[in-house]
Design a binder for this molecule. Structure first.
Ligand SMILES: Cc1ncc(C[n+]2csc(CCOP(=O)(O)OP(=O)(O)O)c2C)c(N)n1
Ligand SMILES: [Mg+2]
Length: 577
């Protein structure tokens, strides 16, 4: 579009269109009425939610399944403050969310007026770029910048707009911003990586979230096959290598695959692709201290700030994971053209998977008492997932347990709260995933506690907006993950950990206009999930599962908790004995 006269609202909306934005999540507010009024005529669907946190989670979920920047907007002050937690989740997920944050009027800023709060500091640590529109004439230019940075720095950005700056006149041209190609990184690094890989006796690939984001599955598969290198998924990224592949070992990290952890422990060279190897993804689990400290490490990531962040590597490459992996594969083949599949290693992987599979099976089927054993439930519902399902996962004991069961063949299917670890992620994210991938069944998995934080209210959104996501609520009548800490460290003194009065979430869902299912026997689980998916409607599956100390998985942060020590007499009885 050539340079022309527009209002700032028009300039903003046209820029959104140029960036491919067709949905915007938020709650209506006077601060952006003038732009909002244009959305329908522009072909932009405004998706009103129940709480702004879900708007930012939805934009995040949609960005993660489409690979394109997505947008949330809200009322200045309290509306925008509700974005903070979700923006931080998106930040650690490297998800391009553009938060439009209308602000108090430019002539009132600083006077402590209605709904006034400096909106920049609260996003300072959870955005890759923030800017204030300081002149209405600059609306298109600065909006473009917010998109450019979100796409190319892989993270959330903030465009802060004093509410009076939607009005007035500006002159600009409208055009989409480029996505800058990173290439394979430096050629010397590539060469060094190829040499290191060929010296390895037991190379193992860690496929991180970057493999999914860069759509690098084919390249990783072909490198793995040529090297006969087992592949482990990084923590909470079960969608970065096809689970059915002979070399797939499953995820490392909390409640993950013992086969993966036992396999990476054997590595003498680790090829880390698109992962920062964060501490929570490499901590010992199941008493397996699996990170191979003595292995040599190659780390490739498009985000320079994650290189060397948590682990010292021997070769770093700042490049596009897809191109790097393709080039590395080519180089390895050129240097060692006659390599054949290593049958012994294939057998080794098969054996590890067999042992772990049998152990997990036993955990999942040995206890048949009612209510359902959570592991049995997880085995059943994950088995019933269609191949193209997208699962958003929350934080909690059950949400972690499922890490061992969730298997995917393709990318952008496992959308999790990751290292922000906020309860209340899954449902909002699922709303965005469903709009981003309407043909895929989208399941939001969470515990009953987390569901109360956000899910319950957002069922209203799903019904009103006809977004057929399926919530699975693992209802154990407790904040299980935290209860587990009170079991292991505080002698089963439960403070704030029980949820004895949960309503029947299935009936509640029906009252809200969704379909509700109550499941308490493992034999029903698969059929109910299939029925929910076939209904094409928003559904809530309230799954009554066993809780308490017999079934809860190991605590996540055993590393960070101590047994209680009390000096004051009045608390002496609370000492650990
Ligand atoms: C917003 C937020 N509040 C609190 C916590 C601490 N926390 C971590 S797990 C958890 C319990 C989750 O309970 P529930 O959703 O019922 O799942 P369960 O552990 O019972 O499977 C809590 C409270 C958190 N991670 N995020
Ligand atoms: Mg619970």
């Amino acid at each position: 579009m050539a340079r022309q006269k527009m209002t700032p609202s028009e300039a903003l909306v046209e820029t959104l269109l140029a960036e491919g934005v067709r949905e915007i999540f938020g709650i209506v507010g006077s601060a952006f009425m003038d732009a909002l009024d244009l959305f329908p005529a522009a072909g932009i669907r405004f998706v009103p939610v129940a709480h702004e946190q879900a708007a930012a989670h939805a934009a995040d979920g949609m960005a993660r399944v489409t690979g394109r920047p997505q947008v949330c907007i809200g009322q200045n002050g309290p509306g925008i403050a509700n974005f903070v937690s979700a923006m931080t989740a998106a930040y650690w997920a490297h998800a391009p969310v553009v938060a439009l944050t209308p602000d108090a009027g430019s002539m009132g800023i600083g006077l402590g007026g209605f709904q006034e709060l400096d909106q920049m500091p609260m996003f300072e640590k959870s955005t890759v770029f923030q800017v204030r529109v300081n002149q209405p004439q600059r609306m298109a230019e600065l909006a473009r910048r917010a998109f450019y940075m979100a796409k190319n720095l892989n993270g959330p950005t903030q465009l802060n707009i004093p509410r009076d700056f939607f009005y007035g006149v500006c002159e600009d041209e409208i055009y989409p911003t480029p996505s800058i190609r990173r290439g394979a990184g430096d050629l010397e690094d590539l060469e060094a990586a190829a040499k290191l890989v060929l010296e390895a006796n037991y190379p193992v690939i860690v496929a991180g979230g970057g493999v999914s984001q860069a759509a690098a599955l084919d390249e990783v598969r072909s490198l793995a096959e040529y090297l006969t290198a087992p592949v482990v998924n990084s923590y909470l990224h079960n969608d970065t290598f096809p689970a059915s592949h002979d070399l797939a070992c499953g995820p490392i990290g909390y409640c993950g695959s013992k086969a993966a952890m036992r396999t990476i422990r054997k590595a003498d060279v680790v090829i880390a692709l698109g992962t920062r190897l964060g501490p929570f993804g490499t901590l010992p689990q199941y008493d397996i201290d699996y990170w191979p400290e003595n292995a040599r490490l190659i780390q490739c990531d498009t985000n320079i700030e994650v290189l060397g962040l948590a682990k010292r590597a021997d070769v770093y490459s700042c490049g596009d994971v897809k191109t790097f992996t393709a080039q590395l594969g080519r180089r390895v083949k050129a240097l060692a053209p006659d390599r054949v599949a290593d049958q012994a290693r294939l057998a080794d992987v098969r054996q590890e998977k067999h042992i772990w599979g049998a152990e997990l099976d036993e955990w999942s089927t040995s206890n048949q008492s009612a209510p359902m054993h959570p592991r049995r439930f997880h085995q059943e519902w994950t088995r019933a997932l269609p191949a193209n399902a997208i699962v958003t996962t929350d934080i909690g004991n059950n949400a972690s347990m499922i890490n061992a069961y969730l298997k995917f063949e393709g990318i952008r299917q496992h959308i999790s709260a990751l290292s922000w670890g906020n309860c209340g992620f899954a449902y909002g994210a699922a709303l965005g995933c469903k709009l981003g991938a309407p043909e895929a069944p989208v399941i939001a998995f969470q515990g009953d506690g987390a569901y109360g934080i956000s899910g319950v209210a957002e069922v209203m959104t799903a019904v009103r907006e006809n977004i057929p996501v399926i919530a699975i609520v693992a209802c154990n009548y407790e904040w299980g993950a935290e209860k587990k800490n009170q079991i292991d460290f505080y002698d089963e003194r439960y403070v704030g950990a029980n949820l004895p009065d949960n309503p029947d979430y299935a009936r509640l869902a029906e009252d809200m206009g969704a379909l509700g299912f109550r499941v308490d026997h493992p034999d029903q689980v698969g059929d109910v999930l299939r029925e929910a998916i076939a209904s094409g409607r928003p559904c809530v599956i309230n799954a009554i599962v066993q809780g308490g100390k017999e079934v809860l998985a190991e605590p996540f942060r055993r590393d960070a908790l101590n047994l209680p020590v009390r000096y004051l007499d009045k608390y002496a009885h609370l000492n650990a004995n």
